[in-house]
Structures are given as structure tokens and as C-alpha cells.
Write a protein that binds this ligand. Structure first.
Ligand code: PRP
Ligand code: URA
Length: 208
């Protein structure tokens, strides 16, 4: 599946502020959450609705609602946490699991240190959250961990991706639809996205 890239002017505007090295931790967190809301809006375009009857102040009417139980969200720690608030703002009853992964700075291979997901996750559409797709190693590890426990429908929301990471995910998991706000140029020799935004986790938590 080809990645879906959001091109709305508001997305471009927010992304420019997010990337700027002079944007501080507070601004970074707020914008990551806002962009996550916009990605979630796009990723739930095909959400099933159920019919219901409501009463406006004027009259009764038939309406449609989204079954929030259809979804579970899975932020990849740490940086994916910055996107959760933006999701819960619009799907407040969503179930949230967590997967902890960090990249080895030399090999760039991910190591998993935490995995906890909501009960019955295999029957939900699981939307993985991580701002960065670099080599794609962390994304593939998270996707495989979900498939190993029986999850069948997976989507992935990222802020910035690069072609090499996207190609790896598409090759290993062609069934997973990726949504992002930019496809950048390439990875540098240290595995950072160029031009990217630096180390997302460090910028969110002020750890460097
Ligand atoms: C970052 C990012 C992704 C990963 C992407 O996390 O949030 O999870 O790198 O790189 P990849 O595509 O090459 O796997 P990092 O490992 O730095 O951990 P952190 O969020 O705890 O800082
Ligand atoms: N992880 C990040 O946080 N930033 C990058 O540029 C690559 C991986």
C-alpha cells in the first residue's frame, strides 16, 4: 500500500514549526499532538458507523455514531507518547496499549523493553503512533509484535518518514497502511532523518 501523505496547508505550517530547532519542548509536544489529530482524522475515514436515534432541541432524528471500541492505539515509547493526547482529544474512549523500543545507536536495530496491550486487541483496528520512521526497524518490530498476538488490521501514523524506512515496511508488511505528514530526503550516516527534526524523544522530553 502506498503511504498517504497529508498535504493540507495547516499540516505544512505546523510541521515547519515542529522541525525548527528553536521550537521548545512545550511547543513541540503541542504540535506533535495537533498533527496526530489530523493524521487520526484521515486514518479513520473508513471507520464503520452505527445508526442511532437522537433528539436535538428541535426534533428527533436518525444519526450515526462511531464505535470507539473498534480501535486501539499503540504509541511506541518514548516519542509516540507525544501523539496520544491528540488522538484522545477526538476519540476519548479509545483503548491505549504501549510498546517500548529503543534503537541501538550503532546497529540502529530496535530492542523491545515493554509490551502491554488492551484485552481483546486482536478484534480491533490497531493504530500505531510514532513520530519517526527512519530505518523502519522500530515500526516493523511493533507491527510484528501485534501480528504475533493475532491483530489483523493495523495502521501506522508517523510525522516524518524516509523512503528507505517506508520501503522496508511495505516489503515486510504490505498490508499496513501508513499515514504521515512528510516523506523526507534520506538518512544520514548516524541514522537520522534529513532534514527531519532531530531526535524526537529528546526534543519532547528535553533529554539532550
Ligand atoms: C526513535 C523514533 C522511532 C525510531 C525510528 O525512537 O521515535 O521509534 O527512533 O527509528 P527506526 O525507524 O530506525 O527504527 P528512539 O529509538 O530514539 O527511542 P526514544 O523514542 O525512546 O527516544
Ligand atoms: N529517530 C528520531 O527521533 N529521529 C530521527 O531522525 C531518526 C530516528
Amino acid at each position: 500500500m502506498e503511504p498517504i501523505v497529508l498535504t493540507h496547508p495547516l499540516v505544512k505550517h505546523k510541521l515547519a514549526i515542529l522541525r525548527d530547532k528553536n521550537s521548545g519542548t512545550k511547543e513541540f509536544r503541542e504540535i506533535a499532538a495537533e498533527l496526530a489529530t489530523m493524521l487520526c482524522y484521515e486514518a479513520t475515514k473508513d471507520a464503520p458507523l452505527y445508526d442511532t436515534e437522537i433528539e436535538t432541541p428541535i426534533a428527533k432524528m436518525k444519526a450515526q455514531k462511531l464505535d470507539e471500541d473498534n480501535y486501539a492505539f499503540l504509541p511506541i515509547l518514548r516519542a509516540g507518547m507525544s501523539m496520544v493526547e491528540g488522538i484522545l482529544n477526538i476519540i476519548p474512549n479509545a483503548k491505549v496499549g504501549h510498546i517500548g523500543l529503543f534503537r541501538n545507536e550503532e546497529t540502529l536495530e530496535p530492542t523491545q523493553y515493554y509490551f502491554k496491550v488492551p484485552h481483546g486487541i486482536e478484534n480491533r483496528t490497531v493504530i500505531i503512533l510514532d513520530p519517526m520512521i527512519a530505518t523502519g526497524g522500530s515500526a516493523c518490530d511493533a507491527i510484528q509484535s501485534l501480528k504475533n498476538i493475532g491483530v489483523k488490521k493495523i495502521k501506522f501514523l508517523a510525522l516524518i518518514a524516509v523512503p528507505e524506512g517506508l520501503e522496508r515496511i511495505q516489503k515486510e508488511h504490505p498490508d499496513v497502511q501508513i499515514y504521515c505528514t512528510s516523506i523526507d530526503s534520506h538518512l544520514n550516516e548516524k541514522g537520522y532523518i534529513v532534514p527531519g527534526l532531530g531526535d524526537a524523544g529528546d526534543r519532547i522530553y528535553g533529554t539532550k
